[in-house]
Every structure is written in C-alpha cells, then in structure tokens.
Design a protein around this ligand. Structure first.
Ligand SMILES: [Zn+2]
Length: 669
C-alpha cells in the first residue's frame, strides 16, 4: 500500500494494449446504449463484425441479462461460463455477432478515493456521473482482440456523455440526448462517461493543419474553468505537433468526474472535479495527458519488453515544462528524482525494462523518473538535434503500431549514427545505480598550465558514464565531461590555471545514487522508511491522538517495529519540539520557521548519526490534526509552513554537491 502514489494529481494513464491483443484480428462494434442514471438502468445492442469468420469469446459483466444472441443471423442459446463476475460466452466461428443486453449498473459512490477508483472496475452510474470503464464488462468485449467501434449513446436530456473517438453526430430530440461516436483505430476497450455536463467547444486548426474539436465536459460547479482548459489544451497540441508531428485524432476533451480520479484515454482525459480545480493540473498533468496521444495511445508500448511511454512522456511534458522555466528549475527536478530514488528501499528497486504501469510509489520512481532521466542522459549523449529528429522519425514509423524499447533505440541510433546498445542495456536491464565518488585528486604544474588527475570510483557493476566534473580555479569555473567505464579509474585533465576544487556532477546530469549528504533530507525519506519511529515529546492525550493519526497517514510502515529506527518522526507542540532538539543536541528550529509563522511548521533534519528526522511543530492539537490530510502530498519538500490545512510555504534545503578541495588538508573534504 502506498499513499505517495495515490497523490491526488497523479493521473493514471489508462494505456495498456496487450501485445497478444494486437496480434489478433480487430473486431468492429456497432453499439447503441441507453442509460438512465436516475435508476442505473442500461440497455444495449451490439453488432460485432470480423473481417473473416472466427471463433470468439465475449466477456460481459454478470450484472447484465442477455436478451438475445445471434451469430451470422442465427439465434443461439449459450450457457455462459462465470469467471470473476464476468460471463464468458464462447461462440462458434462467425463473421457477425448480434447481442442485446440490459441490467442495472452499480450506484455511483462519490466517496471513493483515488486509489479505490483505480481498482474499482464496476460500471457505475448516478445523476452526478456515469463511468463505465473498459474492462468492467459493460458491453460485450471480444476477448483478446482490439476493437474499433461506432457507438450511439442515448441519455436523458439533462445529461451529456461521450466515449473516446470522433463525434459524428449529436442531437436533442424527444426529451433525450443522443450522440454518436466513431473510433477507427484499433483500441483496447471502450470507456464511457456521462454526467450533468455543460459543454464548451472550440474549433482549432493546428500548426500542422489538423482540424480539431476541443471540448470540456464540466459539471456546472466548475464550468468557469472551461475556457482556461481549452486554451491550455490548444497550447499543448501546438507544442507537440511542432515537436513530434501531427496530432493523430480529431478531438480532445477534458471531462470532469464526481470522484477524485484521474484517467487518460485516447483523445480525452477524465479528471475529478477537485483535481481540475488544482491550478497545477492545467500546467503539468494536462500536458502530460495530451502528450500520451502520441506516446501510449498513438504508439503503443510493447509491454512484454517494458513501457517506455511514461518516461518519454514525463521527459517531454512534466520535465520539459520545468526546463522552460530555466536551468535551476530543471536541475531541481532531477534532484527530486534522485532524492526519491535515494529514499527507495533497495528491495523495491527493479530494472526499468520490467516496468509496465504504475502500481505503487516504487514503480513511479523507476518507471517514470528513472525512465525520464534515461531520455535526459540520452539527449546529452547524442545532442538535441539527433534526439528530436529520432522522435519525429519514430512517430512517423510507428503511429498506431506497437514499438519496443529496441525500436526506440534504433531510431536514436539512426539519427545519431551512434551505437547505443550498451547505453540502453545498462539503464534498462539493471536495477540500482552507479555510486559515484571522487576518491583522490592531485594537481601538478605542467608546461602549458596545470595537470589535474582525478580518481573516480563508481562501485560495482561499472556503468559506461560521461561524468561531468566542475573545476574551480583561480581564474574561473569550467565543466569537463570525462569517460568512466571501469569501477575505478584515474582521469587526467589539462587545465589552464591552478585548480582549487572539483565538484562531481553538480548539476545532477547522471542517474546515480546520491551520497548521504548530497541529498538534502525530504519528508519522503521518512515516509518510505522501513523502520520509522514516532516520538511525541511532552504530548497530552489530544496531541498524542493527532500525532498517531498523522503518522498513520504519513508513514508507509507506521507501526513497524521501532527498535533501531531508520527514520524519526517527531511530533509535538512548539515548546516541546524546541526542548527536544536542545536535549538531543540537534540544530535548533531554522530561523525561517518561527512558531509565530502559521499554525504549524514541518522540517527535516539529520540526527547526529545521519538518520532523517522529520519535525512537526504545531501551535495546538487542532493545528496538528489539520495536517493529517495535506501533509502526505508534500513528500518532496524539506520544509513547510501551514495555517490549519492550508500550505503557506514550502521548499527544499539546497543540495550539497560532492566537492574535493585540492588545497585543503587530507581528510577535510
Ligand atoms: Zn502518464
């Protein structure tokens, strides 16, 4: 169970075309479905066609009754096999199947949290919203086949709804809303959404000349956010068309959900009302979802070989937006990735090639962050022009096809003319990371200036690395990249002036294990800790109760044995926290976190033996209780100030690069 992965803003990109499915012939559905959210009744008819006659198994939720079934126009009666709440209907070879079904959907439960919604595969409906996820058996899916579809949706007049695909027609008649959609590309399944939506629409002709229909389907409570979202979507579509190539669909819609969820699908994203209200969703997650129409829903990852699409999307969306802010913001993002990785217990690390989709915090650290860093390092190796040219080539070649990491590698090799086999192998097939250290350095005067020899160690097994060394000399600072392919090697650099100190990869351009003091401690170090201990100095019963509630929400392993703790969570009132710090001979409360500022302050520190301590200092028990909900969302911060549950200030202590001082006495580095 991982709370950090269930962060609100975390949109789950519902990608997942199985390779086996892609191998089979696609099925073409023609569905009409009538839904009554008031009573949760669903009535459907489907005509499924195959290019050639084939035997097929249909999968339909056992909550539905089959009213009629025919193969090639012959009515048949088949006893379904029940498997995990699904009816499996094994049909004889045919080119056409006709099926009518009806039944009651589950009532919509808006109290579900994000994690529940991810695992909750029941098709559910209510006046506030209907969500019929693909895989929930709401229509007769053809087992193991990709599906094209045309679908007509019939809803009460005050409801609107959609499925991924091109809107062919919509009308209001006889007190009903009817809309037809067509999805021509092979899709893995069909998800349907409906609700009391207000639709805002914008027509757009993109830079590449694609004519698009952009829409928001928003609940009335957030209807005023529509035009901001449409502006943002248009901006992202232009960005990625210029960068990669034409957008592959005819629409993009942002759809609100009454539950706090986040799903990405071809040409649309389905986000909780409260998620849509968060200002950073438009600035980051939305762009990420738009980009998945190229990577994930445009080119399908070959899951047997691992999912490259999350890393490439994170690199070209979340990370790219930080890079646009400037080099400091970009370096801060890389630091956050490496810091998260440093906080990952070794047993939870796994090779990137094994990542298929996000199920918990650990797989996000590898599948998203390490993967994004792979693309960052690759761009350093081959240069931006070859990198971008490869993306365009890859897109042209694999649009609506499956592609593997190997296919991606070949595209980068083709545009760069470099053999990248070893590069991809070491970052994809291995877990772990190099543990880079400067173990010795010497400078000698030479004929033309100075000769600097630096001995680097990276632990075992050795990676082939191009290590940035920032050398500070009397006349200035410069950075050189040196090749390191062995576990330990000495490199020699000619430098013009006397070198004073050397910093190892200070901009964090390599995926590596940070040294203990290189990474400033963050909340997540304690949150993911294997044996966290809760300490409540001077606490009365109310503070105790609030502290325990906070610990259970914050720590993944709250209640684990606390003998020899690996991290400390110290929770109390201001005076008790200050007294505890003094007693433990630790640095006092940072001056910027004065008790007068806000109702609670949270910060990280290190104990004298190097363990991470998270200090939570509150004005009273009530202020403490108010942190239980918001605090787990801030795992990447080193300090925070809250007024009740409202975050006033946050930040990270600066990174401390590994520096070797040439002029300092031995041992004083
Ligand atoms: Zn994603």
């Amino acid at each position: 169970m991982t709370r950090t992965a269930a962060r609100f803003a975390a949109v789950v990109c519902a990608l997942g075309l199985a390779s086996a499915a892609l191998a089979a012939a696609p099925a073409a559905h023609r569905i009409s479905v009538r839904i009554e959210p008031d009573t949760q009744e669903l009535q459907g008819r489907d005509r499924i066609r195959f290019d050639t006659a084939r035997a097929a198994t249909l999968v339909l939720s056992s909550r539905f009754r089959i009213a009629s079934l025919a193969v090639d126009a012959r009515r048949i009666d088949i006893a379904p096999k029940l498997v995990d709440g699904m009816q499996h209907l094994r049909l004889p070879a045919a080119r056409r199947i006709d099926l009518a079904w009806s039944g009651k959907l589950a009532p919509l439960d808006p109290s579900l949290d994000h994690r529940d919604t991810l695992t909750y595969a029941e098709p559910a409906s209510g006046k506030e919203g209907t969500f019929l996820p693909s895989g929930s058996g709401w229509y007769p899916a053809v087992d193991g086949a990709l599906e094209r579809y045309r679908l007509e949706l019939d809803l009460p007049a005050d409801q609107r709804g959609l499925v991924p695909g091109q809107l062919v027609q919509e009308r209001l008649e006889h007190g009903r809303y009817r809309a037809s959609f067509e999805f021509r590309q092979p899709a893995e399944g069909i998800s349907l959404m409906a609700g009391p939506y207000r639709i805002e629409e914008r027509r757009l002709r993109t830079a590449a000349g694609t004519k698009l229909r952009l829409r928001t389907y928003f609940h009335p409570a957030i209807a005023d956010l529509a035009s901001g979202y449409l502006d943002a979507v248009a901006g992202y579509l232009n960005l990625y068309e210029r960068w990669i190539g034409p957008y592959p669909f005819t629409e993009f819609s942002v759809v609100s959900s009454p539950t706090p969820t986040g799903f990405g699908m071809p040409a649309l994203t389905y986000l909780g009302i409260d998620v849509l209200r968060l200002p950073f969703i438009r600035a980051t997650s939305l762009g990420h979802e738009v980009l998945h129409n190229w990577w994930g829903n445009g080119v399908y990852p070959d899951y047997a070989q691992g999912n490259w699409s999350e890393g490439l999307t994170t690199f070209m969306a979340d990370y790219a937006y930080r890079e646009r802010e400037g080099p400091q913001a970009a370096a801060a993002t890389r630091l956050a990735w490496l810091r998260d990785y440093a906080a990952l217990p070794p047993g939870e690390d796994a090779p990137l090639a094994r990542f298929t989709s996000r199920t918990h915090g650990a797989s996000q650290i590898v599948g998203y962050n390490k993967s994004a860093m792979l693309f960052f390092m690759l761009r350093d190796v081959i240069g931006k022009d070859a990198f971008d040219a490869a993306l365009r080539e890859f897109w042209t070649q694999y649009r609506f096809r499956i592609a593997s990491w190997d296919d991606l590698r070949k595209a980068f090799e083709h545009t760069s003319g470099k053999d990248l086999g070893a590069f991809f192998a070491q970052w994809l097939q291995r877990s772990g990371a190099p543990d880079l250290r400067i173990v010795d350095a010497k400078a000698e005067k030479s004929a033309g200036g100075w000769q600097l020899s630096v001995t680097l160690d990276q632990g075992t097994p050795a990676y082939a690395l191009s290590v940035p060394l920032a050398v500070r000399s009397a006349t200035g600072e410069f950075t050189r990249r040196v090749a390191l392919t062995q576990e330990r090697a000495t490199v020699v650099l000619d430098v013009p002036a006397e070198p004073l100190e050397i910093a190892l990869d200070p901009q964090l351009r390599l995926w590596r294990r940070l040294a203990a003091n290189e990474a400033p401690p963050i909340l997540r170090d304690a949150m993911l800790s294997e044996r966290p201990a809760l300490i409540t100095p001077g606490a009365d019963a109310a503070v105790q109760a609030a502290a325990h509630e906070l610990a259970s929400r914050l720590l993944e392993r709250a209640g684990a044995s606390t003998a020899n703790p690996s991290a400390l969570l110290i929770v109390g009132l201001h005076a008790d926290i200050d007294a505890w710090l003094a007693r433990e001979k630790l640095a006092p409360r940072p001056a910027t976190l004065a008790p007068a500022h806000g109702s609670a302050q949270v910060w990280t520190a290190r104990t004298r033996d190097g363990r991470v301590a998270v200090l939570v200092s509150a004005r009273d028990a009530q202020s403490l209780a108010a942190l239980a909900r918001p605090l787990p969302h801030y795992g990447r911060e080193s300090y925070l100030v809250f007024e009740s549950a409202h975050m006033l200030e946050r930040g990270s202590w600066p990174a401390q690069p590994q520096v070797w001082r040439l002029k300092a006495p031995p041992g004083a580095r």
